[in-house]
Ligand binder design. Structure first.
Ligand SMILES: *[C@@H]1O[C@H](CO)[C@@H](O)[C@H](O)[C@H]1NC(C)=O
Ligand SMILES: *[C@@H]1O[C@H](CO)[C@@H](O)[C@H](O)[C@H]1NC(C)=O
Ligand SMILES: *[C@@H]1O[C@H](CO)[C@@H](O)[C@H](O)[C@H]1NC(C)=O
Ligand SMILES: *[C@@H]1O[C@H](CO)[C@@H](O)[C@H](O)[C@H]1NC(C)=O
Ligand SMILES: *[C@@H]1O[C@H](CO)[C@@H](O)[C@H](O)[C@H]1NC(C)=O
Ligand SMILES: *[C@@H]1O[C@H](CO)[C@@H](O)[C@H](O)[C@H]1NC(C)=O
Length: 581
């Protein structure tokens, strides 16, 4: 035990330490200023059983013990292999490193205790079905203990544990300067995600796996894969191979059933649920390449009369052939994804009413004609989703523009900002927020479309995209998905997702555009927009040094995260780099 006086003193020292580590911020965190070195022969136990540290351990089954052993392997690899000597976080010439010649207190044991039993839903939870809380203590004498209710909570705690350590510039020494540490932690929101778009550009499997790793470091727990769109269909359907044969950009740009399972399983091992979206009835033109009879307005021009972005194309809304196709598609896909996911997203954004003008069976763009057809369409698809044991997710227009009635298990993804979240929760829906004004990471980087010389050039100049400005990490961080809601409405907000629409993003620039901006949303979603220490909004000034450090850690662990501030600022000069009035 530390005496109250001593802990006061050590808190004072901490206040002067420029770097406080830990991203996202724990709910409660106290630390001291004793140095403890991490022994490479650290003895780890899990509910009393010895856990060997095997580099790169991959669980052979999705069981608690296997998942925890792999989590221990990743955490220790993160410490021992990333060579993270944090010189970039300290004033040049200051003595910030412990003196290794003065002897060491070694961290010898990490005792992991899981008080609850995992259930099948632990590895594919609906919101609220898994307890991600954990407590972590590390004594100045060299003993660490991690308590959690579920194995996912253990994984969250292990990531925090890894963030306490640095490598010494003298070589093979790893230490924390923060002992004794005491952390109590749990997430503010159960749904903390990233949406990727594999249709505008294809993302190879290894890039998705690396993203899942980085998500786990950030305590993000949902990867939403917008897997198809009008531009391409990379998803292989064994029951209808022609759809990807004709619809993928190239035979190499496809996800086989084994790829899909690998991605989901890799996520589940890290406490990240991977769920898929087939956007419909709009955003599906590519199906015309293999099944032209199902689609209206495919690649119709000028595109802006028929859709938001070329090529256009929507399902016929009153077609038994479309229904038969979707029955076959869902019979093929849903049983394959259901073992690792609790959700399936049926899309529903930006359906242009004009498309049905070209449908011989309808020939109308009137709401009163189309709305009942869309209601029937959504009912039929959601019945299939539920039959597979999944909960449906849709974009907000299905409710707010089309007034479609849906089951209360439906999750609605808001993106248009304004009072969308308030309206949806007011209607009683569970909501995921992806307000494009804050959380669309593709925005503010200019147009992808070309403007012809002359009048078009003048119209388009200076070629901004539709949703600027760029969502800097500070703007991302300023967003609270529950702002302006009543407590009753706020309860229905499951969390949010940053969206990474990929017209001008592929694997070459993904990391730098997503990280650490997704980390900023990750902290809002894990820790909350309000800082419990002050009762006020979390401050950029408090956050930036931690985010600077976390960015360096991500870089050291193999993700090309962008810099947060210039090195002049990160090197222990927070005051020089702030603006206060
Ligand atoms: C963490 O500690 C708090 C307070 O001591 C306790 O209420 C909670 O149950 C603990 N959580 C876990 C996961 O052990
Ligand atoms: C539908 O097409 C007409 C032209 O026929 C166009 O004026 C109108 O803006 C289009 N509607 C939408 C929603 O794009
Ligand atoms: C939809 O199809 C049914 C059966 O073919 C037909 O009776 C009905 O008139 C169609 N509805 C519309 C709005 O075209
Ligand atoms: C419906 O089509 C008519 C005729 O092309 C067009 O003037 C009108 O703008 C369209 N309505 C919508 C909602 O797009
Ligand atoms: C949905 O309801 C709103 C408000 O009642 C109305 O303005 C809108 O036209 C309706 N949309 C459709 C497609 O019926
Ligand atoms: C707190 O943040 C919210 C947005 O999340 C903002 O609207 C509000 O003005 C901020 N409050 C203060 C006191 O800065």
């Amino acid at each position: 035990m530390v005496s109250p006086l001593l802990s006061c003193l050590s808190l004072l020292v901490v206040a002067l330490t420029p770097v406080a580590a830990l991203w996202p911020a724990p709910q409660s965190y106290t630390k001291g200023s004793s140095v403890v070195y991490l022994h490479q022969n650290l003895k780890v136990t899990y509910n009393g059983q010895f856990v060997p540290y095997t580099y790169g351990y991959v669980p052979f089954k999705l069981t608690s013990k296997e998942v925890v052993q792999a989590g221990v392997s990743r955490a220790l690899t993160g410490i021992f292999n990333s060579q993270f000597v944090p010189w970039k976080l300290h004033k040049p010439g200051s003595s910030w490193e412990p003196d290794v010649s003065k002897g060491q207190t070694w961290l010898q044991t990490l005792q992991i205790v899981q008080s609850g039993e995992d259930k099948p839903a632990t590895f594919k939870p609906r919101a609220g079905e898994v307890d991600e809380s954990y407590n972590l203590t590390l004594s100045a004498e060299g003993a660490a203990r991690l308590d959690a209710v579920s194995s996912v909570g253990v994984l969250r705690g292990l990531e925090t544990f890894a963030q306490l350590f640095y490598q010494h510039s003298a070589g093979t020494f790893w230490y924390t300067p923060y002992a004794p540490v005491s952390i109590r932690d749990a997430p503010r929101f159960p749904h903390r995600g990233i949406m990727i778009d594999t249709a505008r550009h294809f993302f190879p499997v290894p890039d998705i796996l690396r993203t899942l790793d980085a998500m786990a470091w950030n305590k993000l727990n949902r990867l939403h894969v917008h897997v198809t769109d009008s531009q391409s269909w990379p998803l292989v359907l064994p029951s209808m191979p022609e759809v990807s044969e004709k619809g993928a950009y190239h035979p190499s740009q496809t996800y086989s059933p084994a790829d899909v399972e690998h991605i989901q399983r890799y996520g589940a091992e890290r406490g990240v649920e991977v769920y898929f979206e087939i956007d419909m009835p709009g955003h599906i033109g590519v199906v015309a390449l293999s099944h032209p009879e199902l689609i209206v307005a495919y690649n119709e021009l000028p595109y802006w009369w028929w859709c938001a972005e070329p090529p256009c194309g929507a399902f016929k809304l009153n077609s038994t052939a479309v229904d038969a196709f979707l029955a076959k598609l869902f019979d093929d896909l849903l049983p394959r994804v259901a073992p690792y996911a609790a959700y399936f997203h049926t899309g529903g954004d930006e359906l242009n009413k004009n498309d049905s003008m070209l449908d011989d069976g309808i020939r109308s763009n009137k709401s009163e004609v189309l709305q009942p057809l869309l209601q029937k369409f959504v009912d039929a698809q959601h019945a299939r989703v539920r039959k597979a044991g999944l909960a449906p997710v849709v974009w907000e227009e299905i409710s707010l523009e089309w007034n479609i009635t849906m089951g209360k298990d439906t999750v609605v993804q808001a993106w248009l900002g304004g009072d969308s979240v308030k309206k949806l929760t007011g209607k009683g829906f569970q909501v995921i927020d992806s307000d494009y004004n804050y959380w669309y990471l593709d925005c503010g980087r200019g147009q992808w479309i070309n403007w012809a010389n002359g009048a078009a050039f003048q119209t388009g100049f200076p070629f901004n995209d539709w949703c600027g400005p760029t969502k800097s990490w500070r703007l991302v961080y300023s967003h609270d998905p529950t702002a302006g809601l009543t407590p009753e409405e706020a309860k229905l907000v499951l969390g949010g997702e940053v969206a990474v629409w990929s017209e001008t993003i592929d694997a070459s620039n993904f990391d730098t555009l997503v990280w650490p901006r997704a980390s900023a949303a990750g902290e809002v979603l894990w820790s909350g927009r309000t800082d419990p220490a002050t009762g006020q909004n979390r401050s950029q000034i408090e956050a930036a040094p931690r985010l600077n450090e976390f960015r360096e850690r991500m870089l050291a662990r193999g993700v090309r995260a962008s810099p947060v501030q210039m090195t002049f600022c990160t090197q222990g000069r927070p005051e020089e780099c702030e603006y206060a009035l």
